[in-house]
Every structure is written in structure tokens, then in C-alpha cells.
Design a protein around this ligand. Structure first.
Ligand SMILES: NC(=O)c1ccc[n+]([C@@H]2O[C@H](COP(=O)([O-])OP(=O)(O)OC[C@H]3O[C@@H](n4cnc5c(N)ncnc54)[C@H](OP(=O)(O)O)[C@@H]3O)[C@@H](O)[C@H]2O)c1
Length: 397
């Protein structure tokens, strides 16, 4: 039996791959970036999936997008090869949304399916790692929101059973952690386990919105609205993990122990490696976890030659959006990191088209980062070629 794991490099998928291999299954791990342990394929280009799917019986599927538009084409390719799909949906699929749409599309195929419907993932709290590492308060709205966050390994364990055993076809599993823990309590547990006392600073929903610039606006609205309801009406707790696996779901404290190193300061060279790896994988959300919440960025050529200091991830992200607003980026080459002491340098080369002029150019910049307490506190940017947007007259004049 050969199984294709889509999302194999992600939080759940990596444990699905090892869990299946431990059971002796033949596994193919899909990634957009081909590597020694992975096969190349891209969900946004369904034609690339035929190779990875040849000879495959069962597929572990997740849909990491904010729209379900591309789903029918992908399912069509999967159904040409495989018989069974185990899909990571979400508790909220009942109410529709992208997860509900993907489920409906799967039901319309002839594939045998199992839907895993997890609530919030404990891995979402990695977003707080930068603040906890740096010994700063974790800023969030609704600290009293009660959540039954699930350990990614529990989702993976159930996926492995559904992919390898009979008896899971047509089943929908609502999956949560074993108890409700408020967000403030999660922060306290993470600090305690990492040996770095951590506290919450409550911010408004509007302030939180500014820190979520990486996400789709509809998603941000839905997430903030949902978290607000959890203050008075915490998330439900299900016993499905125990019913399916025969042992209780892992607690949030267990998750914190498994990830304690993520919340402790690492040496600057290790921060550099992880930041650059996330950047290379196109995961800006993960790269930003290595940024101090009040990180400073100085890039004179983006500001008409002025040494303006942008402060805070929200302002830095907004500036990046302004600069790339009318630029189409074809490829980014990342050279580095080159660490030395508490600093490291990275050279970025962008192959891009400046949309107003239609000119395709290669633009190179060097970023010099400073690390303190395991997070990036400062980025100084030196351009070899000036950026396309920003204050053009000041750059060329
Ligand atoms: N976070 C939550 O609270 C929550 C709750 C309910 C459901 N979910 C669902 O859980 C899923 C996330 O699972 P996770 O945390 O394990 O994933 P993750 O760590 O966010 O990783 C995403 C995975 O998707 C792959 N991927 C991204 N774009 C791709 C593309 N175009 N083609 C092929 N593969 C692509 C990535 O592979 P490469 O980068 O190697 O290509 C990576 O392995 C999401 O689909 C979300 O809908 C999340």
C-alpha cells in the first residue's frame, strides 16, 4: 500500500509520515520544494500531482488556502489514481466556509473519505514564541477566551489509523484537546515549561488586526469574532481522540513540554538559520516568529534617503506591502545567513517586474540583522539596486 502525504512538511504531516513509516507503509511525502525525502508537487498546479499519485491508494490531504476554488481540479486528479482520502478539515466546517466547501467537493467524488475536524491547533501559540523568548509580555485580545487546543500529534495519530485501517470510511471525527485552557493560562504554562515567566498584555481587537497583516481579511474578521465568543462560551471538548486511539488526548502542558525549546532563546546563529529557512520556504508567518514585537527596520532607500526607523512588525509588514503593491515577484534568491557574534547578514536577490513600467529587473539587497535574547531586534537594509516603489524621485533624483 502506497500513501501520498500532502502537507508532509507541516505540523501534522511530518508526524503522519513518521507514523506511517513506523507501521511499515510505503509513504510519499509531497512538498513544493523537492528534497531528499520528498516528491515535488503543487496543489495550485494539479497537473504536477499525477507523478506523485501514480500507484497510490490513499491520500492524506490538507487544503492550506483561504479559498476552495482549486479543489475540484485537485480532487479530479486524486480520484484518477487513489481510492481513499483522509482530509484535515476543521470543527467549523459544519458552518460551511472553505473547510465545508472542500468536504462537500470530496463527498461529490467516488473517493472513500474520512474527515478529521480539529478545533484550534496548539501550534498556533508558536506565534507568541518571539515575545516569550525575549521575556516580553504576550500581546493579545481576549486573554480569557477558553480553548481546547489540540496537539498536532493527536491529529496525526488518527490520520495514520484512518489511512491504514478499515472502519473509518464515511466517518467525521470532531477532534479537540482534553480540556479548556484560557489563553492567559496557556501563556503562563508556556513560560513555566520554558523556564521564562510569561505574562499577557491585553490589546484591542483593532490592535490585533494590525499584527495579522499576513492573513486574509475575511479570515482575520472571522478569527477575531470567534475568539470574542470564547470568553463567555469556551470551545467544546470532545472525547474522540480517546475513542479512536484508545488513549486520552495529549494535554496543552504536554504540548508545551514537547515544544519548550521553541520558547527559549537560541544563539544568534541558530536564529539566523531558522529565520532564513522559513523565508526560503516562503513562510513569512514562520519567519516573523523570530522577530521581536518591537523590532526596528532601517532602510533609507525605501524612505527617500531618510534614516526613518520603522518600529514593530505591523508597520514593517505594512511597508513591505506598500513596496510590493505594484511589483510582480517571480523569484527570490536567498544567500546566507552569514552570522557573526550577535548579528547576521543575508543577501536577497529579487527577480521582479515593475508593473507600471512593465520592466523586468533583478534587484539585490543586503540585510544586516541584530539578535538579542533569541529574537531579531533590528534589520538594516542596504540596496545594491534601489527598490521600484517608495519615493522614486528621491531615489533617482
Ligand atoms: N491552525 C489551526 O488552528 C487549524 C484549525 C483547523 C484546521 N486547520 C487546517 O490545518 C491545515 C494546516 O495544517 P498544518 O498546521 O499541519 O500545516 P502547516 O504546518 O501550516 O504546513 C502547510 C503545509 O502545506 C503545504 N503546502 C502549502 N502550499 C502548498 C501547495 N501550493 N501545494 C502543496 N503543498 C502546499 C506545505 O508544504 P511545502 O511548504 O513543503 O510545499 C506544508 O507542508 C490547514 O489546511 C488548516 O486549514 C488549522
Amino acid at each position: 500500500m502506497t500513501i501520498l502525504v500532502i502537507g508532509a512538511t507541516g505540523n501534522i504531516g511530518r508526524h503522519v509520515v513518521t507514523g506511517l513509516r513506523d507501521r511499515g507503509a510505503a509513504v510519499r511525502a509531497l512538498s513544493r520544494l523537492p528534497g531528499a525525502d520528498t516528491v515535488a508537487g503543487d496543489l495550485t498546479r494539479p497537473e504536477t500531482l499525477h507523478g506523485p499519485l501514480s500507484g497510490v491508494d490513499s491520500v492524506f490531504l490538507l487544503w492550506p488556502f483561504f479559498s476552495a476554488d482549486g479543489v475540484p481540479a485537485v480532487l479530479d486528479v486524486i480520484a484518477q489514481h487513489a481510492n481513499r482520502v483522509v482530509y484535515v478539515s476543521a470543527l467549523s466546517a459544519e458552518g460551511g466556509g472553505v473547510w465545508g466547501e472542500v468536504e462537500a467537493a470530496i463527498r461529490r467524488t467516488d473517493l472513500e473519505w474520512t474527515f478529521l475536524r480539529p478545533g484550534g491547533f496548539a501550534t498556533n501559540t508558536l506565534e507568541w514564541a518571539g515575545a516569550i523568548r525575549a521575556g516580553r509580555p504576550v500581546r493579545m485580545p481576549y486573554p480569557d477566551a477558553g480553548r481546547s487546543l489540540i496537539h498536532e500529534r493527536d491529529i496525526a495519530d488518527i490520520a495514520v489509523l484512518a489511512l491504514t485501517e478499515a472502519g473509518h470510511a464515511g466517518r467525521t471525527y470532531a477532534l479537540t484537546g482534553p480540556a479548556v485552557v484560557t489563553q492567559a493560562e496557556q501563556v503562563r504554562i508556556l513560560g513555566e515549561v520554558a523556564g521564562r515567566p510569561a505574562v499577557v498584555e491585553e490589546i484591542s481587537a483593532e490592535q490585533a488586526r494590525a499584527t495579522m497583516a499576513w492573513a486574509d481579511e475575511t479570515f482575520v474578521d472571522a478569527a477575531l469574532g470567534y475568539w470574542r465568543t470564547l470568553v463567555d462560551d469556551p470551545e467544546p471538548v470532545t472525547t474522540t481522540v480517546e475513542e479512536v486511539t484508545g488513549r486520552p488526548a495529549r494535554t496543552f502542558t504536554q504540548w508545551a513540554h514537547d515544544h519548550a525549546d521553541d520558547f527559549r532563546p537560541l544563539p544568534a546563529a541558530d536564529v539566523a538559520e531558522r529565520y532564513v529557512a522559513a523565508f526560503r520556504a516562503g513562510r513569512m508567518d514562520q519567519a516573523l516568529r523570530w522577530a521581536a514585537p518591537d523590532m526596528v527596520r532601517v532602510a533609507p532607500l525605501e524612505n527617500g534617503g531618510k534614516h526613518v526607523e520603522l518600529r514593530g512588525v505591523a508597520d514593517i509588514t505594512a511597508n513591505a506591502e506598500r513596496l510590493t503593491g505594484d511589483v510582480e515577484i517571480h523569484a527570490v534568491e536567498v544567500d546566507g545567513p552569514y552570522p557573526r557574534g550577535d548579528r547576521f547578514a543575508v543577501r536577497f536577490s529579487f527577480d521582479e517586474t515593475d508593473e507600471p513600467t512593465g520592466q523586468r529587473v533583478s534587484r539585490t539587497k543586503l540585510s544586516l540583522y541584530t539578535v538579542a535574547d533569541g529574537v531579531i531586534t533590528r534589520e538594516e537594509v542596504f540596496y545594491f539596486d534601489p527598490p521600484a516603489t517608495g519615493d522614486r524621485s528621491a531615489i533617482t533624483g
